[in-house]
Design a protein around this ligand. Structure first.
Ligand SMILES: NC(=O)C1=CN([C@@H]2O[C@H](COP(=O)(O)OP(=O)(O)OC[C@H]3O[C@@H](n4cnc5c(N)ncnc54)[C@H](O)[C@@H]3O)[C@@H](O)[C@H]2O)C=CC1
Ligand SMILES: O=C(O)[C@@H]1CCC=N1
Length: 274
């Protein structure tokens, strides 16, 4: 890992990534996090043993890697104030902000930067994230490896070579934890209707998802085969799946993901215009 990493922002995502980095052997003293609020910094500094400061520009001055981990809506202001320091230090920039394209962030930082854009998801908070990464033309192979190792600290990493594909990544993984949470809600409600206590239905549904995901990630078989293996001919699963297919569940999922990717495109335009 590069010698010095600065996180601009010390919230949920920064905390998760820093926690993953230190657990995987990165030296806490090589990591700095910034935020305007001293209480927040004291808490993360004590928890993770890292440096903290309210001074964004100073934290960037001697950094090899700068991770932009503030909310998209304040990114323009934060970047424009950082531009001078970034132009002098020329660190690798990694943005984890949803929706902001690489060219816009680079421009706000004065231009000419090696910049990786990342679409993470919230299971990163428990080390089970899935991130899509895109590098602009100035990013070297060594810098790609740095970005890979950084995001691998909280989950799996997939690179895309066309930035527009991050909209597809948003639909497949960035927003997707919510699809599964919706499924848990629906299964819990249906379990209650069938007579189970809510807590029992919730625990069974969540553990089943965990088990199915673990099986799918470890199995040599594709999901269609694993599904078929549960469906005894003339049995209960076949009946349930037939209902889902008749109700066009696949089509609903496809349309929802199209809408998600389309909204990612719109948000990028809105945020770039400010
Ligand atoms: N794809 C996804 O599901 C997710 C994407 N993200 C992205 O990660 C980024 C961070 O999100 P969270 O960690 O959840 O937000 P958060 O609200 O927990 O953290 C934001 C941090 O920025 C700090 N901050 C505010 N103003 C600042 C300034 N001027 N200078 C430095 N720090 C400042 C806050 O004090 C806080 O520490 C966002 O851009 C979000 O889009 C985060 C979570 C999941
Ligand atoms: O819903 C959103 O806009 C963000 C981007 C991906 C996940 N959450």
């Amino acid at each position: 890992m590069a010698s010095k990493i600065t996180f601009i922002g010390a919230g949920n995502m920064a905390g998760a990534i820093i926690g993953g980095l230190t657990q995987s052997g990165a030296a806490p003293e090589s990591i700095t996090a910034t935020a305007p609020n001293q209480d927040e910094l004291t808490a993360i500094g004590e928890r993770l043993g890292i440096h903290t400061t309210t001074d964004n520009a100073a934290a960037v001055a001697d950094a090899d890697v700068v991770v932009l981990a503030v909310k998209p809506q304040i990114m323009r202001e934060v970047c424009q104030k950082l531009a001078d320091s970034v132009q002098k230090a020329r660190p690798l920039i990694i943005s984890i902000a949803a929706g902001l394209d690489a060219t816009t962030i680079d421009e706000w930082l004065g231009g000419g930067n090696a910049l990786v854009r990342c679409m993470p998801n919230t299971p990163s908070l428990v080390g089970q994230g899935a991130s899509g990464l895109y590098a602009n033309a100035r990013v070297s192979d060594a810098q790609r490896q740095i970005a890979t190792r950084l995001m691998q600290a909280v989950g799996i990493v997939e690179w895309v070579e066309d930035e527009a594909l991050l909209e597809a990544v948003t639909a497949v993984s960035g927003s997707a934890p919510a699809y599964f949470f919706l499924m848990f809600e629906a299964m819990e409600d249906a379990g209650v209707t069938l007579g189970l206590p809510a807590e029992t239905a919730r625990r069974l549904a969540i553990q089943t998802a965990l088990g199915a995901a673990t099986m799918a990630s470890q199995s040599e078989h594709d999901p269609a085969t694993l599904k078929q293996n549960v469906m005894s001919p003339g049995g209960t699963t076949e009946r349930a799946i037939a209902h889902m297919e008749d109700a066009n569940l696949r089509q609903t999922i496809a349309e929802a993901m199209q809408a998600c990717a389309e909204r990612a495109r719109q948000m990028a335009d809105e945020l770039a215009k400010g």
